[in-house]
Structures are given as C-alpha cells and as structure tokens.
Design a protein around this ligand. Structure first.
Ligand code: CA
Length: 373
C-alpha cells in the first residue's frame, strides 16, 4: 500500500497512465483506459477499514492494498461544491456552485451548474468515451421540473440511473430516475445503495467493447437518514456499546498501526460540543445509530464490489483507472427530527449518525477525507 503526498502522486499518476494504456488490448484497438469514479456521501476520514475503521470494507480495502491510499486528500466541504468541482475540474464558485442548490443571485452562488463549465462527460464523450452514471447528481435545483437542461443526460452522460437531488430515503428515493424519466423502485427488498451498485455493474456489462467508458458512481451512503436492512445492522449489534471515547482511541491506535498517522501525533481532544460517553443520556440510541451507520458503509462496500466484479467479468479491470473518494467528512449538521425516541434502521424519519465530524465545516473534519486510487 502506498502513501503519497500530492507531488509524489502526480509523478506516480503520470507513470501509471502510460502503464494502464498498455495493459489490455481492446478488440478494436482503442487502448485508452476506462475511468471509474466512485464516491461516498458524508463519510468520516477513519470509517473505512484501510483508514483504521472497525467497519468491514474489504472491497475498498483491497483497492487501497493494490493501489494508493491518500493521507492528504481534500474536498469542497459539502455535497454540491465537491460534485461540481469533481465533474468540472474547477473551483466550485467558477461553476456557480459555491454553496448548495440555492440561488443567491451572485455568479458564484447560482446553485445550478453553469454553462461556462464542462463536465467530465461533456469532455470525454466527444473524445469517444461512453459516459455512464449511477447515483446522486445534486448540481441543479431543477429536480422534478420539466426543465432538465442540467440533468446528467443534458450534461454529457449517455446513461443515468439515480436521483437528481441530494439526500433522501434509501427505501423510496424520490424521484428515482432512469435517464430522463421517473421510475419506481424495483422489488420488495429495494435498497438504494445496492441498486446504485447493481445499475453501475449493469452499465459496465453493457458498455461498448470497442471504446473506453467513464463511469461515475455517486452513492448517497452513508448520508442521513440512517436506513439499512436489519440483517446488515445485526452484525454490528453491541459493537458501539463502549461509546465514542473508546472508539476514538481504538481508531487512533489502528491509524498509527496502519501508517495513516504518525505515532508522535497525539489524539485530538473530544469536540467541545460533545459530552463524554459516561455522561451522555440515551446510550442505546447513540449506539444503534452507529450500528446502522456501519451497516450503511458495509453495504456500500459490497456495491463497490459489484462494480469491481463487473469490471473483472468483462476483462476490463486491468485497464481501468478506479478512484474512490468521499465528498466531505462525517455529518455534523443539527438535523431537525433527530429524535432519540426514534430508533434508526427501518424508520423513514431522519436520524443522523453519532460520529459527527464536519460536513459543511472547512476545518479538517469537513474537508479532509479519504481517497483511494
Ligand atoms: Ca455530502
């Protein structure tokens, strides 16, 4: 596993690009690599196993083991600005997405991806790439209106499955969309994270064989609400009963063992707004929140695995650049309806996880997240 600062990464990436292009011969001779970008939503720096987390994430860990695990990887603090930057290569304000999807009447804050910017798909499609997307779009306020000028298909993608807006139910994401049209969730056991992975895997299987593809997989996991099937939650039952003070120490030690942080760096003090675990009320509710949060991340890891398996099945894995990142840190919003009387899991009400951290904050907990290449 490599650990790189930005300068070393650029050197490595230049070399890797040349190597990838030679790995696998495509049937029609176009040897350019496929590009797969997968992203989590509101996930903390140390949640994944390869960053010291106790959550089982073997598929992402394997990517890190065979590639590069960034220790210094920054985002734009919230869903919309990060997505706008990732899609365009620009600062969020240059795209009109300096904040979320509200229009403040200022060029940098229109809340709608502007036409001065071009997306990855708008650049790669004319260059011969198939352009595929599964997951959350969230760079336009026009969610259900007939005005679809800034939807994925109108911004360079050939195929789309997912949601135009930000967060929402994992059991009934509204409006769920295929290409430009609303659809209903399929099946009794529908779970959005799994469906995003399945559709992304299908796009890989159906992608043209004579040219490369871009696949953008934008999970909503583990963004609130805390929704996960009970069987996935049960695996973590009791795992968080020791509370966040103990968990912080456990993760801190594992991060040192894994080389994510240096042993001479002390554990930062607990956030002043958070009481000690000994003093907090409602321990069972807090622990349950983390159990569901962990299940959400494990299910996302399985969905990542579905995409990797699909790449392998068509013989494309060795000629594909795979990136996994988070759009911002763990969620620190004071969510309305975050009611200790409501146990998360199957509830359709909104409950956020217990870890907090920094979505929306430009301190390190918000903007410093993980990245695997
Ligand atoms: Ca986010």
């Amino acid at each position: 596993m490599g650990h790189l600062d930005r300068r070393s990464f650029l050197r490595a990436a230049c070399g890797a690009g040349a190597a990838l292009a030679c790995d696998v011969a495509r049937s029609q001779g176009d040897l350019r690599p496929n590009i797969v970008v997968m992203m989590a939503d509101d996930m903390g720096y140390s949640d994944l196993g390869c960053y010291g987390g106790e959550i089982d994430t073997p598929r992402i860990d394997a990517l890190a083991e065979g590639g590069v695990r960034f220790r210094q990887f920054y985002n734009a603090a919230r869903c919309c600005p990060t997505r706008a930057s990732l899609l365009t290569g620009l600062y969020p304000h240059q795209t009109g997405m300096g904040h979320m999807t509200n229009d403040f009447g200022l060029p940098g804050y229109r809340g709608d991806l502007n036409r001065k910017s071009v997306t990855l798909a708008e650049v790669l499609r004319p260059a011969g790439y198939a352009t595929l997307m599964s997951g959350k779009w969230h760079v336009t306020p026009e969610v259900e209106s007939p005005d679809k000028r800034n939807w994925p298909l109108q911004r360079g993608f050939d195929r789309f499955y997912g949601t135009i807006q930000g967060g929402g139910s994992y059991y009934n994401p509204v409006p769920l969309t295929r290409d430009d049209e609303p659809i209903e969730p399929e099946g009794e056991d529908f779970y959005y994270t799994t469906a995003i992975g399945e559709n992304a895997a299908r796009f890989v299987a159906e992608a043209p064989l004579d040219r490369p593809f871009l696949l953008y997989v934008a999970f909503t996991s583990p963004h609130f609400p805390l929704h996960a099937p009970e069987e996935a939650i049960q695996k973590y039952r009791g795992r968080y009963d020791g509370g966040w003070d103990l968990l912080r120490e456990e993760r801190y030690r594992r991060m040192i063992d894994l080389g994510v942080i240096r042993p001479e760096w002390p554990l930062t003090p607990r956030d002043e707004s958070v009481p000690s675990w000994d003093e907090v009320a409602g321990k069972a509710w807090h622990a349950r929140r983390m159990e569901v949060y962990a299940a959400q991340i494990e299910l996302m890891d399985r969905a990542v695995g579905d995409v990797i398996d699909a790449l392998e099945a068509r013989g494309s894995l060795d000629n594909t650049l795979v990136l996994f990142l988070a759009d911002n840190g763990g969620n620190a919003e004071r969510l309305r309806g975050n009611d200790p009387a409501v146990m998360p899991g199957r509830s359709r009400r909104g409950v956020r996880p217990a870890t907090g951290g920094g979505d929306g904050s430009v301190e390190e907990g918000g903007i410093r997240t993980l990245g695997v290449y």
